[in-house]
Design a protein around this ligand. Structure first.
Ligand code: PEP
Ligand code: MG
Length: 754
């Protein structure tokens, strides 16, 4: 039976579409099991019916025509219970329904197996026997396995519209593809499909005829790419925020890095021709980033590959395709690189749709900075057929409509107008303070770290930097950056924001963000050697970083130092001892060093329960809600299978935050929130109501959050916290907060329309 099963699965996998796959299934399963009938009924959720979609044994003409109400008959029973029903004589069952159109004779044996995906019953696979007998265990196992295989194919067909066509739906233009909401806003425009440039993976190794010539060609190609990037950077000078423009520096840094340049040249000198050498070096470099669990850093892999392709294109003397971007361009592709985005003039770019990626992809981060709506992870997007088609992007809900019908189009035009009004309203907030209606100031800080060492960043609206992640310079090199290089980096940030405070976090590297030159093998990296655990085990790394930070602060005094992943007081004591040691060493060297304010990140549940002894030891506390949510709810923050369970509005997270604020207050310490939650308009009133002192977020969220702050008095926010305390699940909190935003006219921040 197993062998037959494998053969069926293979045949089904090779079927070109769902209709053919279903035909194979009913024919092969009927034969293998020796049943008299095998049929598939699929759920039409819009019409609330089960539709006979394929059969072997019943009347073929009934396919697509026989429709049963979702909750009727034995099919309805299987679907309702989401459980198989195996009966020796169906005709005696109270839910039995005789259907004439199928030409059904009096079949008695009945096996109905639900086809389930993500807890949803998509249809029912049915087997019938003429005589009265139950189906045996082996037969049931086979059908259950086939049904589980079928679920994926049905989901795919549903998303691509194939199922709607099969079921004869007239409203095809109103159907949408579901992706991930990655940057809010509404766009209506024309698709411009982008695709990978030169195919680096297809380049073979080849012995170089003249290594010196290969090397010269390679260096010229790199120089050409550097010039292109400079051109993009110049053109984006006005449309991109300085923070986001720093990505161009990161690319240059990668292009000029020893790994890329020296690595490739070394391979060329060893005998490989330039394209082959480049392929190898790019693949190795990309693999390092690809292995990282942090989605932001993992994104660097696509940057590396993209740079590789650009260099290859110049090596092959292929001119980049010249595209005349029209107004309202919707950039569409399987995977859109940041460079492809940079090639579109801002005034032409209306929206972005991509099959791959998530809201932490670079594209999404950049698009949020540009205020461009984005849907990522839109599986089933038929990119090959989209060029020049009209597309609607709903960046609030991650929906994409292809060639929308007039009703959808008109509705989205209205929503887009509302959205434009919202953007204009937000712009008016720029000069206004982040203050509640009852006069309480909520400082808004920036999260940063996207910046390379060579370029200053500056955002006028922010009260400073609330979280400066120091990992990136460590990751784009082939060795630990030295004290001077780190000093230059920190000094630049501190000077740029002076006198506003800049909170720099010590290295939060670990098993999930491995350094290419510092291998860590762990089966459970999020619970492993990470953040402060590594730097305390390697005081040399910690001391170098602390010295660089303390020196960078000389004469400025706006540095605040933050320790990540703290789970015990001993770690804080040890870190403080090392910071003092760095200070003493620098004093001995003649520098007038002061101890900066020190804070710990509260992102491990243990730290929540140790909040008082921690607060006693430091000057401030900063809650990393990304990790805190991950560890409290036991949901990997990067695992898309459990992404639905990752919810910072979960009552357990809110309860933990209240404990943190209360513990900090007992020792007169301030609490800042620096995880993504601080930029979530639904969470902000609750954070204010709890008594959080400041919020730190990405640049794109700043005005949205300011708008929320300016609309909720502290009294109202406290009231909301009181009510939220009664909630037993995140859905309840979400509904409460949606209503609260609706009441003050801010619902447009989290969903389209007024
Ligand atoms: C967090 O965990 O919320 C946080 C801000 O740190 P990171 O996202 O860098 O882990
Ligand atoms: Mg964290």
């Amino acid at each position: 039976m197993l062998e037959q099963l494998l053969r069926i699965v293979q045949e089904v996998n090779e079927a070109p579409d769902l209709e053919k796959a279903l035909a194979i299934i009913v024919r092969r399963v009927k034969k293998t099991v020796g049943a008299d009938v095998c049929s598939v009924y699929l759920s039409d959720f819009d019409k609330r019916e089960h539709v006979l979609q394929a059969t072997d044994g019943l009347n073929r003409s009934a396919v697509g025509r026989v429709r049963l109400p979702l909750n009727r008959g034995l099919i309805g029973l299987v679907s309702e219970r989401a459980e198989l029903v195996n009966l020796d004589d169906a005709s005696t069952h109270p839910r039995y329904m005789f259907i004439h159109e199928t030409g059904e004779k009096r079949y008695r044996g009945f096996l109905g197996v639900p086809i389930i995906q993500n807890r949803r019953v998509l249809g029912v696979l049915v087997l019938r026997h003429r005589e009265a007998r139950r189906f045996g265990d082996d037969e049931v196992t086979l059908v259950v396995t086939i049904a589980s295989q079928l679920a994926g194919a049905i989901t795919h067909a549903r998303a691509s519209g194939e199922l709607a066509r099969l079921q004869g739906a007239e409203d095809l233009p109103n159907r949408f593809l579901q992706g991930l909401a990655a940057s809010p806003g509404i766009a209506i425009g024309t698709a411009v499909v982008v695709y990978p440039l030169a195919d680096l993976d297809a380049v073979p190794d080849r012995v170089a005829g003249d290594p010196a010539q290969e090397e010269a060609a390679f260096r010229a190609a790199v120089a050409a790419v550097v010039r292109e990037i400079e051109h993009f950077a110049k053109r984006s000078a006005r449309s991109l925020r300085p923070e986001d423009r720093a990505i161009f520096d990161a690319w240059r840094l990668m292009l000029e890095s020893d790994i890329l340049l020296d690595g490739t040249v070394e391979q060329i000198r060893a005998g490989n021709w330039a394209p082959g050498a480049l392929r190898q070096v790019i693949a190795e470099h990309a693999r390092v980033f690809q292995a990282m669990d942090d989605p932001y850093l993992r994104e660097r892999a696509s940057d590396v590959r993209d740079l590789g392709r650009r260099i290859l294109m110049h090596l092959q003397n292929v001119e980049p395709r010249h595209i005349a971007y029209g107004p309202d361009t919707i950039l569409v592709g399987e995977e859109i690189s940041a460079m492809q985005l940079a090639a579109v003039p801002r005034e032409c770019l209306a929206g972005i749709v991509s099959i791959k990626g998530s809201s932490s992809s670079h594209i999404a981060i950049l698009a949020r900075g540009l205020g461009v709506p984005v849907a990522m992870g839109v599986a089933d997007l038929p990119v090959g057929r989209l060029e020049g088609k009209e597309v609607v992007v709903d960046g609030y809900r991650g929906r994409v409509y292809l060639a929308p019908g007039p009703v959808v189009r008109a509705e989205y035009q209205r929503l887009r107008d509302d959205d434009l009004a919202l953007t204009n309203e937000l712009e008016n907030l720029r000069p206004l303070p982040s203050e509640t209606p009852d006069g309480y100031t909520v400082p808004l800080f920036l999260n940063s770290g996207l910046v390379s060492e060579n370029r200053p960043i500056g955002i006028e609206q922010a009260d400073g930097i609330g979280l400066y992640r120091t990992e990136l310079p460590f990751l784009v090199r082939d060795r630990f950056p030295g004290e001077t290089s780190q000093y230059n980096n920190y000094r630049q940030v501190l000077e740029t924001f002076h006198p506003r405070p800049v909170t720099i976090r010590t290295l939060d590297i670990g098993g999930d963000k491995p350094l290419p030159y510092f291998p860590i093998e762990e089966s459970n990296p999020f619970l492993g050697w990470r953040g402060i655990r590594i730097t305390l085990d390697h005081p040399d790394i910690f001391l170098t970083q602390a010295r660089a930070m303390l020196r960078a602060n000389l004469g400025l005094g706006n540095l605040q130092l933050l320790l990540p992943m703290i789970s015990s007081v001993g770690e804080v004591d040890e870190a403080k001892r090392l910071i003092r040691r760095a200070r003493d060493e620098l004093r001995e060297e003649g520098h007038e060093i002061e101890m900066p304010p020190l804070g710990v990140m509260i992102e491990v549940p243990a730290a929540v329960y140790l909040i008082e002894p921690l607060a006693r030891r430091v000057d401030f506390l900063s809650v990393g809600t990304n990790d805190l949510t991950q560890y409290l709810l036991a949901v990997d923050r990067n695992n898309s299978h459990v992404a639905k369970l990752f919810d910072e509005l979960h009552p357990a997270v809110l309860k933990a935050l209240e404990l943190v604020v209360a513990g900090a207050r007992a020792h007169h310490r301030e609490v800042s929130i620096c995880g993504e939650m601080a930029g979530n308009p639904l969470a902000v009133p609750l954070l204010i109501g709890m008594g959080v002192h400041s919020l730190s977020m990405s640049a794109g969220s700043l005005l949205r959050v300011k708008w929320v702050v300016r609309n909720f008095s502290r009294a109202k926010a406290r009231e909301l916290v009181e009510i939220a305390r009664q909630c037993e699940d995140a859905g309840c909190v979400r509904r409460l907060m949606m209503e609260a935003l609706e009441e003050v006219g801010l619902i447009g921040l989290v969903r389209p329309g007024k």
